[in-house]
Design a protein around this ligand. Structure first.
Ligand code: ADP
Ligand code: MG
Length: 723
């Protein structure tokens, strides 16, 4: 797999700009070349086999083993022609990242010692990785089942090129023998089916008889930091925890707003160019790129696509960012909060739902009739988000995101919906008079009983502070953390909206006067759930108080949000649509606690290590230097006032630090001795985290006092401004 990708974008040491410019990229040719997509299948599969595959992709069902054998052979031949030696079932366990175990195509040699590369339909369709070491929240123990991976035929296989060689990756779902989902993909696929079924009932009510499927689409914007790899390697906290655990603020932060959308530096530009090429080859439509708010922070957004593919592609984006960064001597940080005091990173999950005859249900449309459907859809979404705000919040919970949500940079931990002035006005009229007769911003005015105003797109302003914002023809869920999988948020979104659609359809299908019934239902839903609408500044303290007054939940941490998974309301929702069983939900709650406890434990141990082996010795050395200076200066006959005062201050902070270190050591030991579970996770949050903060404080103060030469690792300034 050679070609354009090799060193593209990196000016050669002597070649300069001329060589830099000489490699022309043919993006059209490049795009999807590492994907076994429909086009490749059409070329390589017999017609009838291709037809069967396409049918299963579109309508569901299973491939016959005979067909699977033919597909597997074609896939293997294509992969081997492109340099592949291994294949893997690529899956998404509850760790939130992807997992792979490589198997080569090598088979038993014949009697002459000749070997043929082989890959069967059975191997394509089903795998049986030893899955005992993945988090399962006790599911596997309960059911004594092994893990199986099953090909998700709707997401294409692809070739991953790295130091291991070329690997054929087959996107799969990961289940136990008895069918419990052990991953994030299976429930997502189930939620897509539920949403499709219920949304079809809604569009049928409005006379659409052609649509056979409704699909959620997602465009996830991905934020990330890039820092110098050599500096990264000097910081244990970045290595072990993915974020800094110590660090005084640099003299400059993000206050000048000079990084956001600023000119992209050469080194970063070369990274972005290389990243785009790798992503395009993998069929990921990398589209926008820019510098973000914080120094050293950037963003990439692909074009939206069907949600399960968007989930896979977002995993590929994260993986590829890390890989390409290494090639450029950089390190990509996906943690939600790598640096205190400047913005952290998130993922904006842009979500819409479209029928297979091309209608976006979130498009206000141009005719009143479509408007009524849109307003019903909107009313259902408001209801869903209001009732299940806790679940949505939970779906965006991960360890790093606790430092972001509600910290004046990301949406608060309170779920609310931004509609914009125009839509909010329509909702208000509907609630007050049962009719919306006018429309702000000069939209058309219609008359008649069931008439609703025409809603021009883009009439809404932007509100960056809202966690769930309507943006013209989609909702943007902005709470998701940058390192997290987008599978859970979308599973929840699909599920809660499916439930609201189902309840609305149950009523409307039975109605004698549909027009009246739909009118009443929209009014009823909007009246009951308008408390979730908030167009103001979500970062303000007033909103926190106002939300409390409205009774909206404000769930500040990952461990406090985990319980949302197993409320009776949640179990009822997910069981009704066969997305999760109670056992699967309990397992997921358990995994949340375990993950949290383990992560904080690693952070605490890392701090202990850095404090005792790096910071304290360095500061002790510095006090020695100061003490010597005091003596020397005094011996020279002048009073060393500044040196002595500095020595006293540094020594005082050092003592403080030593005490805080001892306290953290004690608390950490207590925490790790506890049994796994909810209580332990809460102990980490309520006891260990504050002890970590107490250790950080004197250390950061010392960093401001100690000679830069003596500080044992790169500072915020070094990391963020010297990339
Ligand atoms: P901004 O940062 O201004 O919000 P971006 O261009 O960075 O916008 O990202 C917007 C994302 O929303 C892109 O991934 C885009 O493809 C996606 N998007 C656009 N229209 C839709 C839609 N109808 N459904 C889902 N996602 C969409
Ligand atoms: Mg963007």
């Amino acid at each position: 797999m050679r070609g354009h990708a090799k060193n593209v974008g990196q000016p050669s040491p002597d070649g300069g700009m001329e060589e830099f410019m000489s490699e022309l990229l043919n993006v059209e040719e490049l795009f999807g070349k590492n994907v076994f997509n429909l086009g490749t299948m059409r070329e390589r599969l017999p017609k009838n086999v291709f037809k069967e595959v396409k049918k299963v992709m579109e309508q569901g069902g299973e491939l016959s083993l005979a067909t699977a054998d033919i597909v597997a052979k074609a896939m293997k031949d294509w992969a081997v022609e492109n340099g592949a030696t291994h294949y893997t079932h690529w899956f998404q366990p509850l760790t939130g990242i992807t997992a792979e175990k490589h198997d080569s195509f090598v088979s038993h040699p014949d009697e002459n010692g000749k070997m043929l590369m082989e890959f069967s339909g059975k191997e394509l369709i089903k795998g049986e990785p030893d899955a005992s070491s993945f988090p399962s929240g006790g599911l596997r123990a309960t059911f004594e089942a092994r893990g199986y991976t099953a090909w998700d035929i709707t997401s294409p296989a692809f070739l991953k090129e790295d130091a291991t060689g070329v690997i054929l990756c087959i996107p799969t779902a990961f289940c136990s023998y008895t069918g419990e989902a052990l991953d994030k993909k299976t429930p997502l696929l189930r939620s897509m089916e539920a949403l499709s079924e219920q949304a079809l009932r809604i569009v049928r009510l409005f006379g659409n008889t052609r649509a056979t499927k409704v699909t959620p689409s997602v465009g996830p914007e991905q934020e990330y930091f890039l820092i110098d790899r050599q500096k990264y390697l000097k910081r244990e906290d970045l290595i072990f925890a993915g974020r800094t655990l110590f660090g005084a603020p640099a003299p400059k932060g993000q206050e000048m707003d000079d990084h956001y959308f600023g000119v992209i530096r050469e080194r970063i530009g070369a990274f972005m160019k290389d990243l785009n090429i790798e992503l395009w080859k993998l069929g990921v439509t990398a589209k926008t790129q820019h510098n973000e708010v914080a120094p050293a922070q950037h963003e990439l957004a692909p074009i939206y696509e069907t949600v399960n593919i968007a989930v896979d592609h977002n995993q590929i984006v994260m993986e590829t960012m890390k890989k390409v960064a290494e090639r450029h001597g950089l390190r990509c940080l996906l943690n939600e909060k790598p640096f205190a005091g400047v913005n952290g990173s998130g993922k904006h999950n842009n979500w819409s739902i479209t029928t297979d005859d091309g209608m976006n249900l979130l498009d206000p449309g141009e005719t009143p009739n479509e408007n009524i459907q849109f307003l019903l859809v909107l009313a259902c979404i408001l209801k869903a988000v209001d009732i299940h705000a806790d679940l949505l919040r939970q779906s965006a919970a991960d360890v790093g995101n606790d430092h972001r949500l509600g910290a004046n940079e990301a949406p608060p931990a309170i779920i609310s919906v931004f509609l914009g002035d125009q839509l909010e006005d329509v909702v208000k009229q509907l609630i007050e008079t049962g009719e919306a007769r006018s429309c702000l911003l000069g939209g058309k005015l219609m008359t008649g009983v069931s008439t609703l105003p025409d809603l021009p797109k883009d009439a809404t302003d932007r509100n960056r502070t809202s966690p769930f914002a309507f943006t013209g023809n989609k909702f943007e869920f902005r709470m998701v953390g940058s390192s997290d999988s987008i599978a859970s948020p979308n599973t929840v979104l699909n599920a809660i909206v499916a439930e609201a659609f189902c309840e609305a359809a149950d009523i409307l299908e039975k109605a004698e006067d549909f027009e009246m019934a739909v009118h009443d239902l929209i009014k009823e839903y909007m009246t009951a759930h308008c408390r979730i609408i908030f167009n103001g500044n979500g970062y303000s303290d007033e909103w926190v108080r106002e939300a409390e007054r409205r009774g909206l939940p404000n769930i500040r941490s990952m461990v406090e949000s985990a319980g949302a998974l197993t409320t009776e309301k949640a179990v009822k929702l997910f069981e009704k649509f066969h997305i999760f069983t109670r056992a699967e939900l309990e397992a997921r709650e358990e995994v949340q606690y375990e993950t949290y406890a383990k992560s904080i434990n690693i952070e605490a141990l890392t701090m202990i290590d850095m404090a005792s082996k790096q910071i304290i010795p360095a500061v002790a050395g510095y006090t020695q230097k100061l003490a010597k200076a005091v003596l020397d200066v005094r011996a020279a006959g002048v009073e060393p006032a500044v040196q002595a005062e500095l020595l006293a201050r540094v020594n005082g902070k050092l003592t403080e630090m030593r005490e805080a270190l001892a306290a953290l050591q004690k608390t950490e030991a207590e925490a790790s001795a506890m049994a796994d579970g909810k209580e332990q996770a809460f102990f980490y949050k309520d006891q260990v985290m504050p002890a970590m903060e107490a250790l950080r404080k004197p250390a950061d103060e010392l960093e401001m006092l100690v000679d830069k030469e003596d500080w044992p690792f790169p500072t915020y300034g070094d990391l963020m401004f010297e990339v």
